[in-house]
Each structure stands twice: as structure tokens, then as C-alpha cells.
Design a protein around this ligand. Sequence first.
Ligand SMILES: Cc1cc2nc3c(=O)[nH]c(=O)nc-3n(C[C@H](O)[C@H](O)[C@H](O)COP(=O)(O)OP(=O)(O)OC[C@H]3O[C@@H](n4cnc5c(N)ncnc54)[C@H](O)[C@@H]3O)c2cc1C
Ligand code: SF4
Length: 488
Amino acid sequence: MADPRGFLKHTHRETPQRRPVDLRLRDWNEVYEEFSHETLQNQAARCMDCGIPFCHNGCPLGNLIPEWNDLVFRDRWRDSIERLHATNNFPEFTGRLCPAPCEASCVLGINQDPVTIKQVEVEIIDNAFAEGWVVPLPPDRLTGKKVAVVGSGPAGLAAAQQLTRAGHDVTVFERADRIGGLLRYGIPEFKMEKRHIDRRLEQMAAEGTKFRTGVNVGVDVTVEQLRGDHDAVVLAGGATDWRDLPIPGRELTGVYQAMEFLPWANRVQMGDPVVGEDGEPPITAKDKKVVIIGGGDTGADCLGTSHRQGAASVHQFEIMPRPPETRAESTPWPTYPLMYRVSSAHEEGGERVFSVNTEEFVGRDGQVTALKVHEVEMREGKFVKVEDSDFELEADLVLLAMGFVGPEKTGLLENLSVELTDRGNVKRNDDFQTSVPGVFVAGDMGRGQSLIVWAIAEGRAAAAGADKYLMGQSALPAPIRPTAAPQR
Ligand SMILES: Cc1cc2nc3c(=O)[nH]c(=O)nc-3n(C[C@H](O)[C@H](O)[C@H](O)COP(=O)(O)OP(=O)(O)OC[C@H]3O[C@@H](n4cnc5c(N)ncnc54)[C@H](O)[C@@H]3O)c2cc1C
Ligand code: SF4
């Protein structure tokens, strides 16, 4: 245990400061300032090493949180990364991007602020990279089996790394021009700089994982070819089928999906030539009155991106009522709390509008100019219009950030004839095998729209399932089973 009296000595939770808003809006770098090792060790010392560490259960990866808190406190940084890597292939992603359900279930959180678990996690891995401790771990024997992984988001990458290390010949197929899935083209640079993906890919390539970009499996390569050339397949194509808003005026120019907008900003940051007028990306918020429909994280990413591009104004609409300031009674400890959250993007400006519904996009000469909106309230589980609450809001860029309905069915899934669940996701058994023998699934494609931590956990578990299928048994860890894990 780090320090038996740590939580009594360090009663306050400390997290890194965010850089001043006016400064960070001038660049696209991550928003957080450096955090000293000494402060971090004091924070790690707050961990009580509970007899039953609820944080283990809160983390889908089953990260060994009290163990690495203790190691950080004792300055045993090298041991701490070994312990962290034992359960998480990519702590540099989760340490930056995870909503930290572990912290929501930290026992200290019952009557104090929880331990800063996520911060300890990211500092361990950043320190390990800085010290040169993250080195390729190629397999010591090869099995001669070939595995195709379709999709290069966190699920595909986790599965590929596990299977390569188990000695299989693994190729990751990605239809985009770069590897990374939503980590690369969805999540903005200010939340995670893309250099973190690149240095991890260097390690994976050195271990033997092969990457093929610009290959749309089911179109450029048939599923018959894929299956014929490989002994097993892991599907990790994500849930990219976005939810739309089919109301009058949807066809107007200026109304786009979040995932039509966000990738441009990431491309500019990666130095790609922009092809729009005036040297601007084809879809930009520069000088625009922006309305984002959807109050979640993707909406917040559109918000931060719009501000950095120089939007004239930004409103973020949410149909749900404003959540309570503290944990709602419906989500008691140790569940993930429903509560009002202010992300770094919210801190930077814009107006959040709750309990509103958009009924029409208004336009002139084919271009959106305004939204017709009304307030709603929840009655008997249904949204009902509040009488005489109609208003119009001017807009020349509308971004739909309303989530995703599931994986795309045409092409890959249709041609493979895999069974789907009632919700339209790819059905899998406890080994993450689909209805087609030798074809496995991981991440959002089987789970529906979710989180990076779940994608990594499922990638690891699907790798264990595929390894068992290929070799008859597997020593790879399988952190979760679909039937045991709650959907989120
Ligand atoms: C804007 C945005 C921000 C988000 N922010 C966060 C966050 O901060 N924290 C968090 O935990 N989660 C976040 N999420 C959710 C998270 O990104 C996803 O849950 C996670 O990336 C899912 O991983 P995945 O590997 O299953 O799929 P994805 O990351 O979606 O990757 C799937 C990949 O498969 C490729 N592909 C699909 N079909 C084919 C095919 N036929 N052939 C070849 N390639 C194919 C796609 O091009 C894509 O690159 C965010 C999501 C969005 C949209
Ligand atoms: S991956 Fe997420 S849930 Fe797990 S320890 Fe890290 S921050 Fe917590």
C-alpha cells in the first residue's frame, strides 16, 4: 500500500491545470500543462489499496490500479509501466481520453474526491516513453498462422498487437489513408496529439505487425480473398453509420455530420494540403455562426474545433435536460454518474442550450441560414413540445453530433453474411467469434458506439479468442466476455 495515511494527509485531489483559454485557442496542442512527479506521487499516495478495489471492476481493462499507484509512490516507475502494460496495450490513449469509470467507482470517492487514477496512468506511460522503456516485444517463436485485422482503431490495434506477440503473422487492413480509426480522424489534436499514435505504430511495426492502408475490405479486397489468404479474421470496423436528422431543410448546404467536419481539422494538423477555397478546408467554421446538434463528447469536439478555426459564434443544442451538478440519485456510487460536466472545449466559450428540439433547417439559395427550434419537456418517458416556446436561431454551419446507429452493413458485413444482433451490431459469442467460424469481432462493430477503453479490452479478448481458435488453446488474457460486460 502506497501510504497508509496518504488519503488523510492529501485530502485534496489535484489534476493538471489547463493552459489559459486565449493561449490554447491559438494552437491545436493538448490543453493540459505539465504535472510534477512529486504532486503525482502525493496523489498516488491517496490510494487506500482497498481489500476489494472497486476501481478494478470500474475499468473495463481490469487495470491493476492500486498496484501501479503503489509503485509510482515508491518511485518504481519502470515496474509501474510493466504492471500497466500487463492489462492495457495503449495507456497513452486511455490516460488522455478515457472518461475514467474507474474514478467513478473509487472507494475514496464515497466521501472524498476520488484518486486521480487516469492522471497516474498517463504519467506512467509518458515517463516510460521518455525513458526509452517502451521497446518492441517481438514474439520468440512464429506459428505460421496468418491473421487479418479489418479496421485500425483502438480495437483493431489492440487485437493486432496481442496476436503478433503471440507469434501470428498479422496484417491490419484500413480503408482510410492513415492508421488509427477515430483516434486519428475523429478525436481532435487538442484532446490527443497524433504523435502518440505514430510512436505506438512504430513499436507495432518493429514487432512485426503489417499495415495496409487505402484498402476497403469487401470492395478492394473481396471477403473470399481475405478468408482464403488468412487463417483467421478479426473485424474491427467500428460503428461508423451515423444518426441523421431527417427534418425539412436537411438537404441544405451547410448542414453536415460531425464526422464530415472533424477529419478536415485533423488533416490540416497533419500537414495535408487543404483543397477548399482561400486555403481553408472544404468545411470550416471560420467566421461562421455554428450550431452543433448533440450535447455529448463528439459535440464538444466540434465546439473546440470551431473555436480554433475562428467561428463567429457557437451554440451546442441538447434535447435532454441539463444534468444535475452532482451525482444524480439514479446513478449511485460505484456506477458512472450522470452529472453536469464541463470539458475543456466548454470552458473555451459557446453557449450550451438544453431541452431543445430542432424541427426545421431554414435556408436561402440552397444554403442554411437558420434553425427553427422549440423547447421540450419529458412527460411519461416522451419528449413533448413546450407550447409557445418556438424560436429561430441564425446559423450558417450546422453540425450533427447525434451519435452512431451501428456498423455499416453493406460490403464487408453483407458479403461475410455474419449474423447481427437486434440492435444491428455484429453478434459474437464469449470468445468474440461471430456466427462465421474463424471470424471474430471487437470494438464498436460488435458492441455499438462505445469507448476507447472498451475497444482495447475487446481487442485483447478477441485476440485471445482467435489465438485459441488457431492453436487450440491460448495464454493471451481475455479481460471481458460479452455476456458478462454491460453495454455502454
Ligand atoms: C468525434 C469522436 C470523439 C470521441 N472521443 C472519445 C473520447 O474522448 N474517449 C473515448 O473513450 N471514446 C471516444 N469516442 C469513441 C471512440 O473513439 C470509439 O469508441 C473507438 O474509437 C472505437 O474503436 P474501434 O476500433 O472499434 O473503431 P474505430 O475507431 O471507429 O475504427 C474503425 C476503423 O475501421 C475502418 N474500417 C471500417 N470498415 C472497413 C473496411 N471494410 N475495410 C477497411 N477498414 C475499415 C474505419 O475506417 C476505421 O478506421 C469518440 C468518438 C467520436 C466519433
Ligand atoms: S483505462 Fe480508463 S477506466 Fe481504466 S484505469 Fe485508465 S482511466 Fe480508469
